[in-house]
Design a protein. Structure first.
Length: 484
């Protein structure tokens, strides 16, 4: 999508949210005494939000916003920089906080250093919120014992939240953190270069890229087209999560590292999918089944794809791993009342590829208790070499700038050559697995392939059929981009 097309789509999105919704503006040269129009913008987000009504849109002009203080405290421990709390009961008209199209606002939180508090950059305490197109940098940690700070926090049970094309980086805290939340889509977001050098003697053990640790009463948590690199702990983390989560087409590399060359004492898994701290639980419960599909894990300090002592199985479809400690570690806990490690059970692994792990392709998989189909390493070890791939050295492709619309860059790194036997078998991150046993074509070419279709179905921008399209969202239908 070109920038011109993207701007047109944004305009159409704003119009679709309702003629009665108002658009406000803020800018680095604004003033809170202004009227909030494009020619007289506000200066600060808290004031702009105070003028907004539910369903309104705040357009944030580009530039660097240096923040020096927090607005309030929540949960007795969080110093909240931006408290997103505009009440809104209409899921068809979300309250929007957008970086201005074609520009990129940056919120610099490096001067916010409250004594004895955790910091939350954007504390989302409202339903029906849509945030898009800006950066958050410099988030701080000041507590020296066990603690954490969070760039984006959803902790109060809110729902219908969309975070899109946002980057949280070069700070000390977690990028995106959910504990009580439902119907959340984190789309086209990045978390990188986050290292806590203050707490626990600089271990950095609580600086993940993305984390969902939700309740069993929560639902519908999806991370799609997201990237995590050089976070001092894990890239994507689901420990103590009690509801199913999907990681779709996400990339994790060099987690457990401060830089591409310097590791940290943090865990350093690419995708940590589940687990409850390897502890005896109070009672038996229905363990959530997470789905990890079309993802890439490269050179994470610990495991690439990791079950983390989970109390049940996960779905692992069409992933690709290279040079992690173990590319796939499926270790489970024995049972809810026995906190012993056992080889992984009830996992479904289909069409996954491992080029090489530092210690092995996989570990701790109970083959008799898992469904293993067409993986390069199980149920039989297949021959895989660098010659099967377009590129295996230029990993920096994974951190290249996103496209103008926020989608992932085109890459050849760990992409199978069309001449490879693995390509013919539709293995690895390029191919979409469908549970009815069918396999589609290369997911990167799907948006072009569907242009000619006239089947009246709705497709997302990755070419996947959407059974229940949401109002106000962009889809492809009958070969054209439309707003539902």
């Amino acid at each position: 999508m070109t920038l011109k097309t993207y701007l047109a789509v944004i305009a159409l999105c704003l119009h679709s949210f309702g003629a009665d919704a108002k658009t406000w503006y803020m800018a680095t040269n604004g003033n809170d005494g202004n009227d909030g129009s494009i020619n007289a913008p506000f200066a600060t987000l808290p004031y702009a939000q105070s003028r907004m009504a539910a369903g309104d849109t705040l357009m944030i002009r580009g530039g660097r916003y240096t923040i020096t203080n927090y607005s309030d405290k929540q949960e007795n421990i969080y110093a909240v920089v931006f408290h997103i709390n505009k009440r809104n009961s209409n899921p068809d008209k979300p309250t929007c906080y957008f970086g201005y199209p074609g520009e990129r606002p940056v919120f610099d939180l490096s001067q916010v250093k409250p004594e004895g508090c955790r910091v939350s950059g954007f504390y989302i305490h409202a339903d029906n919120v849509y945030m898009r197109n800006f950066d958050v940098v410099g988030l701080q940690v000041t507590i020296k014992t066990h603690t954490q700070s969070e760039n984006f926090s959803v902790r109060r049970g809110n729902s219908n939240i969309r975070l899109e094309n946002i980057a949280a980086h070069d700070g000390m805290g977690i990028g995106f953190y959910l504990t009580k939340a439902s119907h959340v889509l984190v789309l086209n977001c990045d978390a990188y270069n986050n290292f806590d050098s203050v707490s626990e003697d600089g271990k950095g053990g609580n600086s993940d890229g993305f984390g969902a640790h939700c309740r069993k009463s929560d639902s519908d948590i999806v991370f799609r087209n997201c990237r995590a690199w050089c976070n001092s702990d894990d890239g994507f983390d689901l420990i103590n999560d009690f509801t199913p989560v999907t990681f779709d087409n996400c990339w994790a590399l060099f987690n457990g590292y401060k830089t591409f060359a310097e590791s940290t004492p943090g865990d350093g898994n690419g995708f940590k999918a589940g687990g409850y701290g390897k502890q005896v639980q109070k009672e038996a419960f229905a363990c959530p089944r997470h789905t990890i599909q079309n993802c890439i894990a490269y050179r994470n300090k610990a495991n690439g794809f990791y079950a983390n002592h989970h109390l049940g199985g996960n779905n692992w479809y069409n992933n690709t791993a290279y040079l992690n400690k173990y590319d796939y570690c499926m270790v489970n806990q024995s049972s809810w009342d026995v906190a012993d490690d056992v080889d992984g059970y009830d996992h479904v692994l289909i069409n996954n590829v491992s080029l090489r792990g530092a210690k092995g392709y996989y570990s701790q998989i109970n083959q008799s208790r898992c469904k293993l189909i067409n993986n390069s390493f199980l149920p039989v070890q297949q021959s895989v070499s660098s010659r099967d791939f377009e590129e295996v050295k230029d990993y920096e492709q994974l951190t290249a700038p996103r496209k103008a619309d926020g989608t992932l860059p085109d890459i050849t790194f760990l992409a199978l050559k069309s001449t490879s036997r693995l390509y013919a078998a539709k293995m690895g991150w390029q191919f979409k697995y469908t549970e009815n046993g069918g396999r589609t074509t290369d997911i990167n070419s799907v948006p072009n392939a569907i242009n000619a279709k006239r089947d009246n179905k709705y497709y997302d921008l990755q070419g996947r059929v959407v059974a229940h399209p949401s109002k106000g969202q962009l889809y492809i239908r009958n070969g054209k981009k439309i707003i539902k």
